[in-house]
Design a protein around this ligand. Structure first.
Ligand SMILES: Cc1cc2nc3c(=O)[nH]c(=O)nc-3n(C[C@H](O)[C@H](O)[C@H](O)COP(=O)(O)OP(=O)(O)OC[C@H]3O[C@@H](n4cnc5c(N)ncnc54)[C@H](O)[C@@H]3O)c2cc1C
Length: 475
């Protein structure tokens, strides 16, 4: 183990006094996760403001044998961005000062941004030149581009634009030996051997620290139509998804589903959220069409498909947003689920994906499995239905959770019961949030020995001393 004092002194020499945070009060916001479920000690938080400073920090940590934990907006939902409660305290390298937009090339539909740029800032900068950066999620006001790349974040635009992996053209990365890989290419075609960027996308900081990225941009849609609707049940929602895909093709840009209890929690716990539909419905969906140019109003197309769905008995009710403001309000409901759940109780969030056609079966089987463990336990469903990604959330009130004697064992048993069902249906336990600390046992269970072996071989080649985010991703 190292002499922490001399390492911190060397970091201060590199970053200046205000670039190194120490002491419990200064560290508090960096060593605990967004939901207050994970916390662990760190030697300090380093705040580099250039790629060269990140490289210097990594070299110093290497010399002192200290682990390096990259951190973006600290919005991970699986304990990925804070130190583990056990183990040696790392240095947290928080990227928030690397926040320059280096270059926008509208003609090439690309932009070069530093890792600490907040996602919403990047979306706005792209929109300002008539382009779309399509990754969109509830944490977009705080999560950073580096964090979304490290977790290969998904969100609500995946159906049309793919997840983060599909929207990154190039990367700049500081490797565990302190060298800097400049892979900031803005090319769509480049068949020159291994596409190395993919080693770092979704690697959760275990292979390198992303310091900048070339992002792929798209034409900015100028026309939108959004409906909030109540499908009869999840099977009807899947059927409607198919109808929209057939009728609207690439204009279909989002297709989400939540259940009634989830909607009620949002209305109860987040200010200014109201039910979009009159009357009670067990299931709710949000569908959006988007396109460029002028053309016919998309709301007519939306209306036609909704009417066809109603004629087939798939739909109980629907409302089409009548203005941009109303569209924003309906999206806010969808983006408020995590905030509501954090305030309302303890949700054991899962992050499964199954083939879209298997979603209704998954929800039914997972509900049964969870209630075999805790009778009548409420479950919430928050689904990016168009991607087959279901956040199935067994939900405890705070009082009920306090009464659970072994909370760790309960959470593990419940998540396992849900993940086993996803696995049996040909799905995954980790669709978009990443592995972090929550998913380590599941990695050991569902990844084959061959897959884990290949991952460990690659990891060893880059980080033989295992200093980058130890205790993450790889069991
Ligand atoms: C309200 C809310 C809604 C959310 N909705 C979604 C959603 O719809 N879809 C979705 O996919 N996720 C969602 N998330 C999860 C989370 O926001 C995303 O995973 C996001 O990508 C994390 O970004 P971050 O900057 O906060 O990263 P952090 O939480 O800080 O870090 C996440 C992981 O990435 C690593 N990391 C961070 N920055 C770097 C870097 N520069 N280089 C290398 N490694 C790095 C960290 O070590 C950690 O392992 C949501 C979270 C919240 C709180």
């Amino acid at each position: 183990m190292t002499d922490a004092g001399s390492l911190i002194e060397a970091l201060v020499a590199q970053l200046g006094n205000d670039g190194v945070l120490r002491g419990d009060a200064e560290l508090a916001g960096f060593t605990e996760d967004w939901r207050g479920r994970y916390r662990g000690a760190a030697l300090c938080v380093a705040l580099p403001s250039s790629t060269a400073q990140v490289a210097a920090i990594v070299r110093l940590c290497g010399e002192h044998g200290v682990a390096v934990l990259a951190q973006g907006g600290n919005t991970s939902l699986c304990g990925g961005a804070v130190p583990a409660a056990d183990g040696h305290p790392p240095i947290i390298v928080n990227l928030s000062r690397l926040r320059r937009i280096r270059h926008i090339d509208a003609a090439n539909n690309s932009m070069v941004v530093e890792a600490g740029c907040v996602l919403a800032t990047v979306q706005q900068a792209a929109a300002d030149v008539g382009r779309l950066y399509p990754i969109s999620l509830g944490a977009e006001g705080s999560c950073q581009i580096g964090g979304t790349i490290a977790t290969n974040a998904g969100g609500t635009g995946v159906l049309r634009y793919g997840n983060t992996r599909e929207n990154v053209l190039g990367l700049e990365v500081v490797l565990p030996d302190g060298s800097v890989w400049n892979g900031l290419t803005a090319l769509r075609k480049n068949n020159t051997g291994f596409d190395l960027k993919h080693l770092f996308i979704g690697a959760e900081g275990t292979m390198g620290i992303v310091t900048a990225a070339v992002l792929k941009l798209h034409p900015l849609p100028t026309r939108h139509a959004l409906a909030w609707f109540a499908p009869k049940d999840p099977a009807a929602a899947v059927r409607m998804l198919g109808m929209f895909q057939t009728a609207c093709g690439a204009q279909l840009s989002a297709f989400e589903m939540i259940d009634a209890m989830q909607l009620d929690l949002v209305i109860e716990h987040v200010p200014n959220r109201r039910s979009p539909l009159a009357g009670k419905h067990r299931w709710h969906g949000l569908v959006e069409l988007a396109d460029t140019g002028r053309g016919e109003a998309l709301s007519q197309q939306l209306q036609q498909v909704l009417e066809a769905a109603a004629a087939e008995g798939l739909l109980e009710d629907a409302v089409i947003a009548g203005s941009e403001a109303q569209r924003g309000t309906l999206w806010e409901i969808r983006h408020s689920v995590s905030e509501a759940n954090k305030k309302a109780g303890v949700g054991l969030t899962t992050d499964c994906a199954v083939p879209v056609s298997a979603v209704p079966d998954f929800i039914e089987q997972a509900t049964r499995a969870v209630r075999a463990i805790v009778a009548d336990l409420p479950v919430l469903v928050v689904a990016h239905l168009g991607d087959g990604n279901v956040h199935f959330i067994p939900f405890f009130s705070f009082e009920q959770w306090q009464g659970v004697p072994d909370q760790g064992a309960m959470a593990a048993a419940i998540r396992r019961s849900v993940n086993d069902i996803a696995n049996a249906l040909g799905g995954t336990f980790s669709a978009e949030h990443g592995i972090g600390q929550t998913g380590l046992n599941e990695m050991a269970r569902y990844k084959s020995a061959l897959e884990l072996g290949m991952m460990r071989t690659v990891k060893r080649a880059f980080d033989p001393r295992h200093l980058f985010n130890p205790g993450r991703l790889l069991p």
